[in-house]
Design a protein around this ligand. Structure first.
Ligand code: AFP
Length: 322
C-alpha cells in the first residue's frame, strides 16, 4: 500500500505543503492515541471553561487544541493558525507560506460515550507580504483552500484528504505509524436514500427545510414515492465520512432555536473543508442559497447553514429553497 508523501509528490503537491500536512498528521497520530486511551488517561469529561463561542470545553478539546497548536507553530510551516478553541488567530512564522484553520476535536460531546470524533483542517495560502498577526489573512473564501481534510478517530483512524485532485482516504497503520492509501478518488453516489439531520430541531427550521424533511419522512406514500433512512452521529466528521463512503445528504440548517445563533456549523474550519472534500468527490455543498466555498468570510468563527452530499438529493433539497 502506498504511503501519503509519495502519493502527494506524484500529484505535484509542493514539498512545503506536504511537510505541513505531515505536521498536522503527526499531531493527529498523538490525538488518536490519547482518544484511544479514553478513561485510562483521565482525559474524559469537561473543564470548567467555555470557549469564545460559549460552549463548555471538554478536557480533550483543550488537550487536542494545545497539541495541534504547539506542533504547528513549532514546525515553522505556518504563518498563522485559527482554531475553534482559540478566541483569536495565533501568529506563527512570518516567512511561512500557509495558514491553517482547524477544529481540533469535532463532536467532542461523543468522547464520553466512546463514539466518533475527529479533527478537521483547512489550509490556505497567506497573502504575500501579509502580517502573521493580522486576522484578516483568514478572510478568504473556501475556494481558495489548497488542502482540506479530517482525521476520524473510529474503530480505525482514517484520514480523508484533498489537495484539489480528488478526495482520498488513508488509514493509519498503528504498527508503523504511517497513513496508507486505502481509497483513491472517493466518489459520492449521486442518488441516495439516506439523510442526516438533528430532527429534534424540526419545529425551529425554516419552511423550506420543514417541507423537504416532511416529504422524505412521508416515504413511499409521499411525493418522493420511496422510503428514506435517517442517521445522526452528532459529529459532523462522522456524518460526512458516511456520506463520502456511501452517499447521503447531511444538513445542519438555519433554525430559530436561539435567535443569536441561527446557524451552528463554523465556516472556516467545518463547512469549508468538508465542502471541498465533498465537491472533490463529486458531491455538492451549499447553504441553501449559495455554494459554501463562494462565501466571503467576515469573522473567524462565522457560522453557516450546511446542506451537503449526494448531487441529486442536494439539488432536490435546494429546489425547496428556491
Ligand atoms: P463540537 O465541535 O462542539 O463538538 O460540535 C459538533 C457539531 O458542531 C457537529 O460536528 C455536529 O454535526 C453537531 O455539532 C451536532 O449538533 P447537535 O448537538 O445538534 O446534535
Amino acid at each position: 500500500m502506498r504511503r501519503l508523501p509519495p502519493v502527494l509528490l506524484e500529484d505535484g503537491c509542493p514539498r512545503e505543503l506536504i511537510s505541513l500536512i505531515r505536521t498536522i498528521l503527526a499531531a493527529c497520530k498523538e490525538i488518536s492515541f490519547r482518544v484511544g486511551q479514553g478513561a485510562l488517561s483521565g482525559v474524559l469529561g469537561s473543564t470548567l471553561d467555555e470557549n469564545i463561542q460559549g460552549e463548555t470545553q471538554k478536557k480533550l478539546d483543550v488537550l487536542t487544541n494545545q497539541l495541534l497548536k504547539d506542533i504547528l507553530l513549532e514546525s515553522g510551516y505556518v504563518k498563522a493558525i485559527a482554531s475553534e478553541e482559540e478566541d483569536y488567530t495565533v501568529a506563527g512564522n512570518p516567512n511561512a507560506e500557509y495558514i491553517v484553520a482547524f477544529d481540533p476535536l469535532d463532536g467532542s460531546s461523543n468522547t464520553d460515550i466512546n463514539s466518533l470524533v475527529g479533527t478537521i483542517f483547512s489550509v490556505m495560502k497567506a497573502p504575500e507580504g501579509s502580517d502573521p498577526a493580522d486576522q484578516s489573512i483568514f478572510m478568504q473564501p473556501g475556494k481558495s483552500q489548497v488542502a482540506a481534510g479530517y482525521v476520524l478517530y473510529g474503530p480505525s483512524t482514517v484520514l480523508a484528504l484533498t489537495t484539489g485532485k480528488g478526495t482520498r482516504f488513508f488509514t493509519l497503520d498503528k504498527t508503523h505509524g504511517s497513513f496508507l492509501l486505502t481509497q483513491d478518488f472517493a466518489q459520492v453516489p449521486e442518488e441516495t436514500n439516506e439523510y442526516a439531520i438533528n430532527a429534534s430541531n424540526q419545529r425551529h427550521w425554516q419552511p423550506a427545510m420543514q417541507n423537504y424533511i416532511n416529504d422524505l419522512m412521508a416515504g413511499e406514500t409521499g411525493p418522493r414515492a420511496r422510503n428514506f433512512n435517517m442517521r445522526w452521529i452528532a459529529a459532523m466528521v462522522g456524518d460526512v465520512h458516511r456520506v463520502l463512503c456511501r452517499g447521503g445528504i447531511f444538513t445542519y440548517p438555519t433554525d430559530t432555536k436561539d435567535p443569536n445563533k441561527p446557524n451552528k456549523l463554523r465556516l472556516l474550519y467545518e463547512a469549508n473543508p468538508m465542502a471541498m472534500l465533498i465537491e472533490q468527490a463529486g458531491g455538492i455543498a451549499s447553504t441553501g442559497t449559495e455554494r459554501i466555498m463562494d462565501i466571503q468570510p467576515d469573522a473567524i468563527h462565522q457560522r453557516v447553514a450546511v446542506i451537503l452530499g449526494s448531487k441529486n438529493e442536494v439539488e432536490t433539497c435546494l429546489g425547496y429553497h428556491k
